[in-house]
Design a protein around this ligand. Structure first.
Ligand code: N01
Length: 495
């Protein structure tokens, strides 16, 4: 039997029911597009906020900015919400917009291939296939855990888990625990587990910049005020402007020395031991790696049961972790806080465009590239949410997601109005856009800040950062610029 005979014909397939996928579903309904499904591989929605449940997991962007502008919540309990409150918010929003019938849980996409004859995407899942006019990928880039390739790790007789797959059934009380990595996740859970464990060895490969976090419960007065929509809007605007101002420093790194002073101040107050202080002092410009916020991380490192090994890990022998400096520590549990496959997302290996022989990963060849972070030449009618070169590092992911959804919905409206079956960004347009992106990234803190980070791909190119302000991002993505695309009409697709 031909694959199409078993396929369901549909207008749009959205992949992933995290913050982007839920936002996409809401916007599709807003645009009166009801012929769509959201395919979610897990049995629950929420994406990264469903997966990351480690102790202390919270947001480092203020709650009123870390939410959909069109679905504001007036009763956040804290300035910076914890994971469970964010997850509840995403679930409540999905239910408020009655998305349940559209989301197919436990239905992972196995592959997606463009059919030039039919001008549709053939999307395969274990439960059935779809022939979709449009494919919107909402799979996120903080999704696939990065497991370090450490000799001896596979034979470690104790417990090992990644921070985004926290094993809550495993009791850390009284254990000798090693944490590998000191990024955004590690600095949140280290203060939470420090007092429970017998010993905590922190393997730091590179120190990160940490700034104080102005967190706290929102008072009942604050709640009363924030119930007034104009106060919420004004507060959101103020936060947005504050973050945008900070973002100017990312493009003019010399300004970031003022923020570095703030970090030194906290370090000096909280760490009295000069040796420890020097271990955790970065030697690159703040912002080059993602800036971390915490009031308790440095304090936790000063506790007597904590040791920082600033050389990273070399290998394992049985229960013994061998540091790059030759140090040896017997360990019961290893927590890998080693981050995610940001630029090399495994799912891209299963997406095939006009050239059926080469997947999106192969086309990327280690350096993802698209047009305005949303479309890719050779992959018609595919829209990537949080695609290449759209990470801003200084503002809320919701700002990026909503900007992109505006662009995608504008494209779908245009396709419907003009009876267009196929849109593909012109190669010369994509090339010219990327030349500009790469040129303007040169002076940014990610490229010139003197560190290696997940902004840079395996070829050493910055495929992650967005070189301009979020105002510019919103301008670029406000309307679908059909002139930048090759189009074909629906009539042609029926030939
Ligand atoms: O991961 P990371 P994360 N041997 O990539 C180290 C978001 N987030 O899970 O710096 C030894 O930041 C690596 O060392 P180095 C946020 O965007 C958001 O903490 O490469 N060490 C680094 O220290 C964040 O950026 C929130 O030298 C190894 C660490 O592991 C992203 O998620 C909260 C290693 C990885 O740090 C990921 O954060 C939490 C190896 N082989 C997270 N490989 C919010 O609040 C890696 N490392 C919104």
């Amino acid at each position: 039997m031909n694959a199409y005979e078993k396929s369901r014909e549909i207008e749009v397939v959205v992949v992933g029911a995290g913050v982007s996928g839920i936002g996409a579903a809401i916007k599709l309904l807003d645009n009166d597009i009801k012929d769509f499904v959201v395919l979610e591989k897990a049995d629950a929605l929420g994406g990264t906020w469903r997966d990351n449940t480690y102790p202390g997991c919270a947001c480092d962007v203020p709650s009123h900015l870390y939410s959909y502008s069109f679905a504001q919540k007036s009763d956040w309990t804290r300035m910076f919400a914890k994971q469970s409150e964010i997850l509840d918010y995403v679930k409540e929003t999905a239910s408020q917009y009655q998305l349940e019938p559209y989301i197919h849980f436990s239905e992972p996409v196995e592959s997606a291939a463009w059919d030039e004859h039919d001008m549709r995407w053939l999307v395969r899942t274990p439960k059935g296939n779809y022939r979709a006019r449009v494919l919107i990928s909402c799979t996120g880039y903080l999704h696939d855990p990065q497991i370090p390739n450490l000799p001896g790790l596979e034979n470690f007789p104790g417990k090992v888990f990644h921070s985004s797959r926290w094993d809550h059934a495993h009791d850390l009380n009284g254990e000798r625990v090693a944490v590998i990595g000191t990024g955004a996740s590690a600095i949140q859970f280290i203060p939470e587990i420090q007092s429970k464990v017998k010993s905590l060895t922190v393997y730091q490969r590179t120190p990160h910049w940490v700034l104080p976090k102005s967190d706290g419960k929102i008072s009942s007065f604050g709640h009363r005020m924030l119930r007034l929509p104009f106060v919420t809007q004004a507060w959101r605007k103020m936060l947005y402007t504050g973050f945008e101002t900070f973002g100017i420093g990312f493009r003019h790194p010399s300004l970031l020395k003022y923020a570095q002073r703030m970090s030194y101040g906290m370090m000096n107050r909280q760490i009295k031991d000069p040796e420890l202080r020097s271990k955790v002092t970065p030697n690159y410009t703040l912002g080059c790696k993602r800036v971390l916020l915490s009031n308790s991380y440095y304090r936790a490192l000063t506790k007597p049961n904590v040791e920082v090994l600033a050389t990273g890990v070399d290998s394992l022998r049985g229960r013994t972790l061998i540091g790059a400096d030759g140090s040896e520590r017997e360990i019961d549990t290893i927590i890998l806080a080693t981050g995610f496959h940001v630029t090399e997302q495994p799912s891209m290996a299963h997406v095939f465009g006009v050239d059926r022989q080469r997947s999106l990963s192969q086309v990327y060849a280690g350096s993802p590239e698209g047009y305005r972070g949303t479309t890719v030449t050779g992959f018609p009618n595919l829209f990537l949410v949080l695609g290449p070169n759209l990470a801003i590092g200084h503002n809320s992911a919701f700002v990026v997601i909503e900007s992109q959804l505006a662009y995608i919905m504008s494209a779908l409206r245009e396709m419907r109005k003009e009876k267009i079956a196929r849109v593909e960004v012109l190669r010369e347009v994509q090339n010219a856009y990327n030349e500009k992106v790469q040129r303007d990234l040169r002076g940014t803190v990610w490229n010139a800040g003197g560190c290696s980070s997940y902004y840079l791909d395996t070829n050493g190119r910055n495929s992650t950062g967005f070189p301009w302000s979020t105002l510019e991002m919103r301008r670029l993505l406000a309307r679908f610029d059909i002139g930048s695309y090759a189009t074909q009409s629906l009539k042609a697709s029926k030939k």
